[in-house]
Design a protein around this ligand. Sequence first.
Ligand code: ADP
Length: 491
Amino acid sequence: MTLSSNFADVAGVRVSTDHYINGQRMASPTRFTDISPITGNVIAEVSRGGAAEVNAAVAAAKAAFPAWAALGPHGRLPYLEKLAHIIEDRVPDLATVETTDNGSLHEASRLRVMKRGGHNIHWFAEYAVSLKAPEFATPHRQAYNRVSYNPAGVTALITPWNAPFMLSTWKVGPALAAGNTVVLKPPEWAPLTCSLLADFAHEAGIPAGVLNVVQGIGEEAGDALVKHPDVARISFTGSPETARIIGRNAAANLTPVSFELGGKSPLLVFDDADLDLALFNMLDQYDNCGQVCLAGTRILVQESIADEMLKRMIAGAAKLRQGNPMQAETQVGPLIHPEHLQRVQGFVERAQQDGATLVYGGQVNPALGGLYYEPTLFTNVREDAELWQREVFGPVLIFDTFKDEAEAIRKANATDYGLAAIIFSQDEARANRVAAQMNAGLVWVNCFYVRDLAQPFGGNKSSGIGREGGIWSFDFYCDLKNVAHKVGTFK
Ligand code: ADP
């Protein structure tokens, strides 16, 4: 590891391709290749961190912790506000780099997603300031109790490639606001916007060691990070398979974990729904080429309207404009990586062998080639089939039907996941009844993706452990302490 910085020119934006450790750019002797899904071309050779880089970053974060914690929420606020402002100013660059790196839609990134990155930092910094320590009495022992939220120490934040900047700031925001220091391990398929985040933290004057970024492969840098005994918290967003490995490694040190994993969420359309609204949202599940953990990938439609909705869904899918995600008119971009394309293709082939009916798509878009996989739709998928049970993380949806509310609820809950459920009905009592029966951490009624940082976000069963957002983030990133005082014992 040497003190130096290499750069990539990413569509005109200069991005460091090295780590950021203890306020300095550090390069590793070995590098990994980062491609753009838009063209398949190499865009950067990035420092490939391992145990040495992780040890240096954790040591820096540990050394920086006492002073950062001692600042308190008010003392940290100006730094974090500055960071949020820099992010807001650099939204155009962030959007360009993220789209080049992971193929997500540039227009959505520019107008919404990257702005949310700044908001994530700002919101949690202000929340920390407003956080009141709860107090309560224990009258029969003549005591009163005061609870305090104390920063836990070094946090390890591991993020995925589908929305790397937004999801990283969503963890960095509360972790730093609560007074912790951070080692962030960005996803190796889209590592570049997290590198920009390190530049912004530097520019904001955040003290050296408070935010560190170690680039690398999950099984190398990620593995070393989660096994490190000086890590006080691990927050991970990614697949259940990786979460199981991280959980086993975290167990050795009893390090608390927060996991936001995937989903196989149901989207229910009742015959009393606003069908235009429902259709719009059904097609919206192809957003980000289906690489969205929240996506309602099992579309369940009431039998009486199923034929009509299936026809409309196929016609709608055929009209979606797939193409270069840099272009504003594009609605569906490419998949992230050739390996991921193989994974998605594998699901589609096995579903066909398994007797499911392919009613739309099912191949790389013949007009575009590369990683542009067509929006794909299946019917006749059995509930015990792989496609029903496992997350594809691609533009592959299931269309199925239900007779009545009872069957809708049963089918909706018939997976090991429990992240989200989306319900379309204009009957409020029915919507509430069904929502109450969903085994899911998030339920949307006649809408999708409505998200407020004050709300708990996360899933049940294989979809995760814990919740992010509001007080739930602080419950995770803090050590809570209760001090009981005996009344009348002080002079
Ligand atoms: P996906 O399946 O969505 O490609 P993963 O769940 O494998 O994603 O990865 C999400 C993040 O977890 C990435 O930053 C990746 O580098 C990291 N990761 C992968 N394997 C491990 C591991 N064994 N330990 C720690 N982090 C890992």
